[in-house]
Design a protein around this ligand. Structure first.
Ligand SMILES: [Zn+2]
Length: 417
């Protein structure tokens, strides 16, 4: 049987030997002409930049998650180039700084002070961050996740489209119980709920209000606090936890499980997607496969799964293959590891329809956001031009795919324009 198939395949070969006309590859310029929709950003308000220096700007990046502050000294600066030169966080931040402040120059330990002066100068204008995001990073919309003020749009509703961080509703089993960013569900309620049923009603009302006020999606980042394996059918245990500040760890977890299922239902009812942070985070049950029971039970909810569940990228690929309501969001991934992001993007395009791929920067400053976009461009060009060279996509198809990833897919999913 196999042999027969092979023979048939070979008979079909002659067509493949005719070389198709060489297709022009995608260019950096073509990608920059795409006004992007950035699905995830933690943009900071101007007061964060009052005493800005280049060194402080670096401390506001993921570099500070990997190595302790090496100091704002010539030796300290050199440390980053020597020790972190190949690190994706550092090298793309550096390229972002060069793109916004370099005037064609490359940042080195030797010219650090000159760049430092330019950065201070740029931030002396309070509008620097927003104008760089709009003009230089070329964003038409940024989905803002301000975990210090859930639902805020930083007074820039035309650019910043808020997502409503909902972790607090999973944590509020008793008054005073907050999420890890000190957000308190009870601050969003008109009164203290007397029962779990009332808590559910008030949660739904709070979410609906946020959506009415402009939130285009919900956001769950609870993987920094607890495993993602939400179990169905935990309402009875959630009832036991409700109102009891000494509830057992099992019942507290069941409360979070129950509220996550509840929120998935609310998202479907309000027709807004849920963004879920997966992968890095707690690293204890934070891989995306734990979400399967939740996704399985909620076919009408659109799940925007973040960060490719890095380092367990196969998890989201498997989920996206099985569930058409799963979207693959590359946000943060090209900054975590550009090599893995390239491999992931190719595999994802081989696996599911291109319309389910999204991208966001996941950064706090315009410099790192610019670096994130440059990193995304590197991945997109690498993968799509590979497909063009192999004759799998033509130029127009590849450009449409890039437009989808950087703009159209998110615009459609979040109903932005
Ligand atoms: Zn984030």
């Amino acid at each position: 049987m196999t042999k027969q198939l092979l023979t048939d395949d070979r008979q079909a070969q002659p067509n493949h030997t005719t070389k198709p006309p060489a297709q022009q590859e995608l260019s950096q310029q073509e990608l920059w002409e795409i006004r992007a929709v950035n699905t995830h950003c933690h943009n900071l308000l101007p007061h964060w930049f009052e005493d800005i220096t280049l060194h402080r700007l670096l401390q506001m990046t993921y570099v500070s998650w990997i190595v302790p502050d090496a100091g704002d000294t010539p030796q300290g600066h050199r440390f980053y180039f020597d020790e972190m030169g190949a690190n994706s966080y550092f090298r793309w931040w550096k390229q972002g700084v060069e793109a916004l402040h370099g005037g064609g120059e490359t940042l080195t330990p030797e010219n650090w002070d000159a760049f430092d002066e330019r950065v201070r100068q740029a931030y002396s204008s309070p509008g620097h961050n927003l104008s760089a995001l709009r003009e230089k990073c070329a964003y038409d919309a940024i989905l803002l996740d301000d975990y210090m003020a859930p639902g805020s749009c930083h007074d820039s509703p035309e650019l910043m489209r808020p997502v409503f961080r909902c972790d607090m509703f999973l944590c509020g089993y008793a008054p005073g119980k907050t999420d890890e960013n000190h957000n308190n569900a009870y601050d969003f309620f008109p009164a203290v709920p007397a029962s779990l049923a009332e808590y559910e009603v008030m949660t739904e009302q709070a979410v609906a209000r946020a959506v009415q006020n402009g939130a285009v999606g919900l956001k769950i980042a609870i993987a920094y606090e607890r495993p993602l394996d939400f179990r169905p059918g935990t309402r009875a245990a959630a009832e036991r936890a409700f109102g009891d500040s000494n509830a057992s760890p099992e019942d507290i977890r069941a409360f979070g499980d129950h509220m996550m299922f509840f929120l998935a239902g609310v998202a479907a009812k309000l027709d807004v997607p849920i963004q879920i942070h997966t992968g890095l985070g707690g690293m204890d049950g934070s891989r995306a496969i734990g979400l399967q029971p939740l996704i399985h039970a909620n076919p009408a909810t659109r799940f925007d799964l973040f960060h490719a569940s890095y380092p367990w990228c196969a998890d989201v690929l498997g989920l996206a293959h099985k569930y058409p309501n799963v979207y693959l969001d590359l946000c943060w991934l090209p900054l975590i590891s550009t090599a893995r992001a390239q491999a992931f993007l190719r595999e994802a395009l081989e696996l599911v329809n291109a319309g389910r791929l999204l991208w966001g920067c996941d950064t706090w400053t315009c410099e790192e956001s610019m670096g994130a976009r440059l990193a995304a461009h590197r991945c997109i060009l690498d993968v799509l031009n590979g497909f063009i060279r192999e004759g799998i996509l033509d130029h127009a198809q590849a450009l449409a795919c890039a437009r989808g990833i950087l703009r159209e897919n998110a615009a459609r999913l979040y109903k932005l324009f």
